[in-house]
Structure formats: C-alpha cells, structure tokens
Design a protein around this ligand. Sequence first.
Ligand code: MTE
Ligand code: HPA
Ligand code: MOS
Length: 757
Amino acid sequence: MKNYDIERHVRGESQFVDDISYPKGLLYAAVCYSDQAHGEIINIDISDVEQVKGIKLILTAKDIPGENQIGGIVPDEELLAEYKVEFIGQPIAIVVADDQLTAKKAARKIKVDIKDLPIITDARKAYEAGKLIVPPRTFNLGNVDDCWKKCDYIIQGTVESGGQEHLYLETQGAFAYPVEGRGIKIISSTQAPTAVQRVTARILNLAMHKIEVDVPRIGGGFGGKEDQATAWAVICALAAYKTKYPVKLILSRQEDMRATGKRHPYTSDFKIGLNKKKKIIGYEVTFYQNAGAAADLSPAILERTLFHCTNSYYIPNVKATAYSCKTNLPPNTAFRGFGGPQGMFVIESAMYKAAEKMGIDTSEIQNANLIKENDEFPYGQKAENCNALITWKRAEAKYSIKKTKDDIKKFNDKNDMYKKGIAFIPICFGISFTNTSMNQASALVHVYTDGSVSVSTAAVEMGQGVNEKIRQIATETLSINIDRIKTETTNTTRIANTSPTAASSAADLNGKATEQACNNILERLKKSAAEILNLKAVKNIEIKNEIVYHNGKRTKLSWNELVKQTNLKRVNLSSHSFYATPNIYFDREKEKGNPFAYHVYGTAIIEVTVDCLRGIYKFDSVKVVHDFGKSFNPIIDRGQAEGAIVQGLGWMTIEEVMHDENARLLTDSLSTYKVPDMHFTPEIEIEFLKNVENPMGIFKSKAIGEPPFMYGIGGYFAIMNALKAFRPNADFKISSPITPEKVLLNLHSKIDEPVTA
Ligand code: MTE
Ligand code: HPA
Ligand code: MOS
C-alpha cells in the first residue's frame, strides 16, 4: 500500500498547477515587488510599461474591488501595498501580459518611489521598540517565583534558532479563470482551499459561492502553503476577474525564496533549576519570535511554542512567556512542527547547559524528568497513554547504548582530529489544531452503479500520502477492492468550509469523516441486502471481500449486484459525513484546557563524527523508537518519519537563512542555501513501538507528519558533544544552525576569547 501517486510522479504523469493544459487566450501575471524593506510609497510610475507590446493590464491597490486585505488571524496584511511597504518582496503591482517573459520584464520596469524608514530585522530590537504583532501570552504551572530556593543548581542562558526555507519542489502558483455569472474558478497549489476561497471573495467583493477552488495535489507544502499560497491565487483571480481571461501565475524559485516567509527564527532566555537528584524543579523561559512584517499564522505558531515548551518532560513549576515581534522581513509562517520545534530546542538547550554545570551527561537529566501518566502539562492537560519512558527504555536496550557510548569514548581517546558525539532526543507532540474550532472535516462518498467509489474530503495530497490512507479507509470499511476507490481533487464546491491540511491531522479528521460516510452507505446496503435475500434481520449481514455474508455464510449476492439493485430500489448510494474531534477545548483566558486529542511520543539517538580540522561533520546514524500508534500504512509512515528527521537535521545544522543589514535575503537560491542531500543523509533505523493502539486516531493509528521533525534537535547536541570532546572546557553558545563554519569557529577561537558562534 504505497502512496499511489508515486507511480504517476515517476512517469511524469501527475499534474501540478503548471502542467495543466491551458485554454486559448491564457494570460500570464507577474508581480512587481518592493525592493525596500521599509518605507512610504511616494509614487508608482507605470508609464514606461503600459505601452509595451503584449501588456494587457496593470493593477495596483486602487483596482481592488473589495477589501485590500489578506490577513487570516489579524487583518494587517494588504494584498498590494498602497501607502507603505514593510518587507522586501512585498507585492505592489500586478502586470498581466500575453506571455510570461513579457509580464516578468514589465513588472521589473515599474518604478516605485519609496521614502526610506528605519529597518528592524532582529526580534529583540523589535521588542524593545514595542513592535508586537499581538499581546504576549504566558503559560504557568506551579509557582516559579517560589521554586528557586529549592534548587541546588540554577542555570541561565540564551538560545538562538534560525529560520528555514520550505523548499517545496513545486513553487507557489495558481491558475484562475472566469466562470458563468461573474464567478471565478481557481486551481491553486494550496494547503488551505477555503482560505483561498474566503480571501478571494473578500478581495473581489463577491459571495464565497462565486469562488470555486480546486486542488488536484500539491508538490509539497510543509506549512509554506497553509497561509502563503493565498496571495498568489488571489492575484490570479483578480487578474482573471478584471481581464475576463484565464490567468496563470507561477513563481520562479528565486522569487519564491525572496517573497515568501519561512520558519520563524527565535531568540529566547531561559532559567532552569534542578536538585541534586537531577529533577528539574523550575523552568522559566521567554521566547521572542521573529514574526516578520505581518501576523500571518504567527500568533498560532507562538501558541504552539508555549504548548511544547517542556517537550516530553514533567516540570512542576513553569512560567513561559512568548512575544511575537514585528520585523521588516517577509511574514514568517507555518513550517512542520508549527513553533513546537523552536520551543523544544530551548528546553533541550537548558538541560544541556545544566548537565554541563553539573558535570553529568544530558541524557541523565532527560531520563530523570520524562513525563509520566497523569502528569500535568503547563497548559493543564494530563498525560494519558503516555509512552515517553517506554520509547526511551526501548531505545536504550534495542540500540545497546552502553556499548555505543563506550565505543565513542574509546574512539575519542584515540583520535585527535576526529571526534564523535552522541545525543538522545525524546519528543512529545500534541495532535489537534491548537485552535479547537479548526478540528473538523467532512467527506463525500459516492458509490456508482458499477460498484466503483469516489471519495472527496478536505485533505490536500502533498506527498504525505493522505489520499492513499483515505483510500485504505474506504476499502477496509466497505470491504471492497482498493482499485474501486478513487480519491478526488480537493474542491470547495464538493467539500465546504475546510480546515487546512495541516497540524498532521488530515488523515485523522478526514479519515474519520470518510469512515463514517462509508458506514452510512454500508448500513443502507446491508438493509437492502436483507430485502434482496428475503432475510428479516439486518444484523447478521456482512460484506466481506465484495461478497454478502449471512450468519458468517457466503451468499450469492456480490457487491456489484447489491449496488445495482439497491440503486434500482431508489436508495441513496451517497453520503456526506462530518467529523469534529470530541472532548477538546482550550480557555485562552486561563491558558488551561485539553487542547489535544492525544500526544505522539518517541526517542531518537543520534551519532555524528566531526572533522575538527575542517569543521565539517557527518551524521553516522539516527536510531529511533517511535510511537506510531497502530500504523495502517507502515511504508508511508516510515517515509514520513525519515523525511521529517532529515528536514529537522537540516534546520539544526546546514540550512542557514541570512539577510544583509538592509533585510535583503542573501540565501535566495540553491547555491547559497544548502539543504540535506543523499550524502548528508545518515542511516536511519526506526522501530515501531509495539502494542500501542490509539483510541483517538483513525484505525487506532497516530498522526505522523510533523512529530519526527523534532528528532533533528538531537543532531545539534550530538555535534555539541563532539565539540566538547575536542575542547572540554569551552562554554559554547547555543545558536542553531550549527553550520560547519560555526563548528570551526567554536573549535579554534582563542582559548581565552569567548566563543562567539
Ligand atoms: N510530507 C510531504 N511529502 N510533503 C509535505 O509538504 N508536509 C508536512 C507533513 N509531511 C509535508 C509532508 C506537514 S507540515 C504537515 S502538517 C503534514 O504533512 C500534513 O499532512 P497530514 O495532516 O496528512 O499529515
Ligand atoms: N497546526 C498547524 N496549523 C495550524 C494550527 C496548528 O496547530 N493552528 C492553526 N493552524
Ligand atoms: Mo504543517 S506546519 O501544520 O502544514
């Protein structure tokens, strides 16, 4: 049961937005972007461009029929900048032309006169200037202020973590065309079809029913198309609406890298207190999130940072405060883990620094503080079916950790120029959108008279295999051959008011809705079968492998025949079903509640070898025991875990997003932004934790999309441990990504100089 899209991908048959064959009269849109990070717009001069051959139309803010506003959580982001610009890459005007090159060249020729204003790129500076996106949030457990006197060790420090480019293979883009009645249909590469529909309606001043959004599949999103696919789709729709012609807009890689937001960089302060028994007594942390120039999803991401600020540990006294700071960078956005990784990196760093001071191994502190059944998270939820300690113990045993540690010590004693490091990283990630109302989905299932089945849901296929999982749910619930099941495109006319495909919960939410819809049809079919077979009781009827059984005995009634006859009897062979996660809530006044349906746990052990002469490193292995619940597609789930681990390691190590002092992105191509490749990727061994059925997940499984990303954090500390073996007394700063350049600086800066990297 592999992701069935892969065969089409390999054959080049899968269609992405740019592959769809377009109708005659197709026009191309291109965007004129701000090339200054902050300033007042004095004048927009389009006179040089208007006359160019092939140019159909130029649009600026004043041409927007509705509200010039695309902000999802906070209304603070214009589609087209009108009076001021706040980041490089902010759209100012749209050029529509007969061909793409003409449109792009013309967009670059528009002269925008901007009066400079001061630029802030640093979150702490924004905080000092009082520039916050939303009011700060604080989560509290126990009493931190009173706890420090009970501590034998108190450690304070600062932690930096960098941004990350999504680098989905398919760049942002959309295609829109006018339909009857002044409506618009949009094919969009988005994780959030309803967001595209809603914002298009707002911009065009139309009812949402006039806008149809369709998503066949997307070439990766990783969170980067949860909110930030919208602008491009709306630009296309606006151009199509104005010209009354179909319009396409596809960003080049460089445009995409420059104009879209990334993972949020964070800078954070921590204070951690422990007793002699290695128990953490208190933890106080302040997060400064670099939100960029508009809210986008930052407030929700900030919230998840708070939810995950103690990772998989129980800490009795916690105070965590988070600020979302407004800077002159493109609005940063969702990225696998959604703020969770940033929060977890800080607690792991605090424990690392504590272990250093106590002269012990970090893993001793980690192990001593793992969360147990019924322990309370700082947001009030209690740990249930808690597998933190089980995965840790299993990992220690399965991967012979005592011996591995001895071997590493021997290696390091023998070698001067190469040092090995090892680190443990347990994870705990909450499943559900943290915004309770978003935890809903629906499915529309049709059984056709030939017995084939069509399933529509809100889930967007982006390589994570959700469509294959939905097919499996339908095939198993109806007990018919998988070849009969087709998953349809994600479409706002078929499935309305959808939550984005995000928060790792698409298979759970849409799968449960699919299961219910299939069961509704199945009940009608069984009743019909009883009638056809002249049986009184429906309850002993079953469909197994396309055959109707009665009292466990095969009858002569097949799936095909049953479907055909049921239709002739005028019985409904379609069902629309709705699912909303039960028993979750969160009170944002008290900052307490039960926000998550369940948590995902696991433990990874990461080994690395550092070349201390060159500063380069190679991860030797990643060994994991992960709680997948009862996986019903181990191939997809393993693939998700492997991909997430490599992406997490990349974030922590080689992926460095850099800007110059004018907030210009320096790493805007693959020659300057390095991502993991085959050679980087270590051996990854993953054990599926056994006997763990998850009552809250679809088919007793657990969500898999995001949680394993956070194993990557262990990569950072494996490298730190190797550095420590080379230079035992240095006090290294915690600042990710730990690029080879930083490794070299850490290893060879003068002994009496503070280490700066
Ligand atoms: N896997 C692939 N191949 N491509 C992607 O874009 N996105 C990740 C994860 N795995 C992604 C992926 C993110 S950020 C999320 S939230 C989940 O998939 C979303 O899909 P799911 O809810 O079906 O797990
Ligand atoms: N995860 C991902 N996307 C989201 C969330 C979340 O918790 N909340 C709102 N959008
Ligand atoms: Mo994933 S960051 O929730 O799209």
